[in-house]
Design a protein around this ligand. Structure first.
Ligand code: FES
Length: 130
C-alpha cells in the first residue's frame, strides 16, 4: 500500500496514553513505541531495541526525578530516553542517540506525525477542538 508522504497522520488521542504505559503504533510501514510521562510529555521511538531487536513496547517506562520517563527494553533492560540515548553497562555517560525519535505534533489532545517526512499538508483544523 502506498501512503501519501507529507500528509499528517493521527496516531493517538491523549486518553489512549496512560502515564508511563507504552503503546505500540505503526506508521508508514514502521513500528514505534509511544508513551506519555507523568508531566504529560509524549514521546515516540522506533520500536526495535538497537541491541538485539526486542520490542520496546513490550517493556516498561521508568520515571526519572525530573518527571520525564525512559523506556526500558524488556530483554536486557537498557533504558532509552526520549532522544534515543542510553547508558551502557560500565559507563556513567549517555550514548549518542541510538534510536531516531519520531517527530510528533501535539494539537490539543491529538497526537499527529508526518512520519519523518517534510510536512506538505496542514493538520485538519476540525480535529483541534476549535
Ligand atoms: S535487546 Fe534491548 S537491551 Fe538487549
Amino acid at each position: 500500500m502506498k501512503n501519501l508522504q507529507g500528509a499528517p497522520w493521527l496516531l493517538a488521542h491523549r486518553s489512549m496514553l496512560k502515564p508511563n504505559q507504552p503503546l505500540k503504533i505503526s506508521l508508514l510501514g514502521h513500528d514505534y513505541v509511544l508513551w506519555q510521562d507523568i508531566q504529560g510529555t509524549i514521546s515516540a521511538l522506533p520500536n526495535a531495541c538497537p541491541h538485539m531487536g526486542a520490542m520496546l513496547s513490550e517493556g516498561w517506562c521508568l520515571s526519572q526525578p525530573d518527571g520525564s520517563s525512559k523506556m526500558v527494553c524488556p530483554f536486557h533492560a537498557l533504558e532509552f530516553n526520549a532522544l534515543g540515548c542510553t547508558v551502557l553497562p560500565g559507563s556513567n555517560k549517555p550514548t549518542q542517540s541510538l534510536l531516531k525519535p519520531l517527530e510528533l505534533t501535539i494539537q490539543g489532545d491529538f497526537v499527529w506525525s508526518y512520519g519523518g517526512h517534510e510536512p506538505k499538508l496542514p493538520i485538519p483544523s476540525i480535529m483541534n477542538g476549535q
